[in-house]
Design a protein around this ligand. Structure first.
Ligand code: ZN
Ligand code: ZN
Length: 355
């Protein structure tokens, strides 16, 4: 074999990008992953699905969706979802690529044995086909990470709910997805945003981001919560309700928060937390509701998130959502804080503080 070079023929170069990780994050999904609550995860894994990094090296010509070359030194992020096939029934006929069975996700469905394919790592390898986006100069990495994976998820939910000018929107849950939905609903034209959730620090954040009314689930029982929502909406309820709470009973409550002929988007039930009982006649059919599931996000949601953040980075207090910054060695403490809901968004900084 000495001196023999394998004949690659006309096979294309495997285009790769090596990132120096600037920041990754902890989200609710990581807590679920820690407890084994997602099916089909090839443990051990490197967690961290949404991340930002500086390009250290590229192999082959790698371009972004605008056609611009990705170059060493640039600060970029990437869609954590990879290998959406574009050939299957869900991709081609249903046009629902987040249900593509081929899709893999950095930090979730790749095993550590397959490489540096998660953000809780000093380096991340971007495999061929990973969609890379350069962060615009007006968008500091920390502001991007404050939205983190919650922003494209919330953008998908707000789009799916077709929030429009003058709408009243109820957001259930004040975690990162709920808080991002508060901002995006306003940008989409909502004239009233009500948040039902907790704890108090997260609700204060919701108000700082523009929520008109917050209802603390720690202070008010279900009947009281419904009364307060109805009172604030001329007795009708919300035009659009976005459930980002995660508790099955919240979906039933969301049906009641929604006005007749309104829309409920269920985006918070990312893991199987069990069943909830509904009365289909009283709670869906007669009130003429539109009830929509919302699973994952695609490239358009990340791309649009970045455009929105870059435009409104200064207008909303995104950075205040970051409640902790942890080196890799303290990732366990970051997970524990997320589980106790003490934090809103914790960053993992594998290469030290952000400049
Ligand atoms: Zn597919
Ligand atoms: Zn996440």
């Amino acid at each position: 074999m000495t001196g023999a070079r394998p004949n690659r023929g006309s096979s294309p170069i495997r285009r790769l990008v090596l990132l120096e990780t600037l920041a990754s994050e902890v989200c609710g999904t990581d807590v679920h992953l820690q407890h084994g609550r997602l099916s089909g995860v090839p443990y051990p894994i490197i967690p961290g699905h949404v991340s930002v990094g500086r390009v250290r090296e590229t192999r082959g010509l790698v371009r972004d969706v605008e056609g611009a070359q990705i170059l060493p030194g640039e600060v970029v992020t990437f869609l954590d979802v990879h290998r959406t096939c574009g050939r299957c029934w869900y991709c081609l006929v249903a046009k629902a690529s987040t249900r593509c069975p081929e899709r893999r996700v950095y930090g979730i469905t790749y095993s550590a044995a397959e490489g540096l394919l998660g953000g809780w790592s000093e380096r991340i390898v971007l495999l061929p086909g990973v969609q890379i986006i350069k962060l615009p100069p007006s968008l500091p990495p920390e502001v991007f990470m404050a939205g983190g994976c919650g922003l494209p998820t919330a953008l998908h939910a707000v789009q799916r709910g077709e929030v429009t000018f003058g709408d009243t929107v109820v957001v259930q849950g004040a975690g990162p997805v709920g808080l991002c939905a508060v901002v995006l609903a306003q940008l989409q034209g909502a004239s009233q945003v009500i948040v039902v959730g907790g704890p108090p620090a997260r609700l204060a954040m919701a108000r700082a981001l523009g929520a008109d009314l917050t209802i603390d689930i720690g202070d008010h029982g279900p009947e009281e919560r419904l009364r307060l929502v109805r009172e604030a909406t001329n007795g009708r309820g919300a035009d659009v309700t976005i459930e980002a709470a995660g508790v099955p009973a919240a979906v039933v409550e969301g049906l009641h928060f929604t006005r007749d002929a309104g829309t409920l988007v269920v985006v918070g039930q990312y893991t199987d937390n069990g069943a909830a009982t509904i009365n289909p006649h009283l709670e869906i059919n007669r009130p003429h509701l539109r009830v929509l599931g919302c699973w994952g996000s695609d490239f358009s949601h990340l791309y649009r998130s970045i455009r929105v953040l870059a435009r409104h980075a200064e207008r909303f207090s995104w950075r205040a959502m970051i409640s902790g910054r942890y080196p890799l060695a303290e990732a366990g403490a970051a997970l524990a804080a997320a589980e106790r809901q003490e934090s809103i968004k914790s960053l993992i900084l594998p290469n030290g503080p952000l400049g």
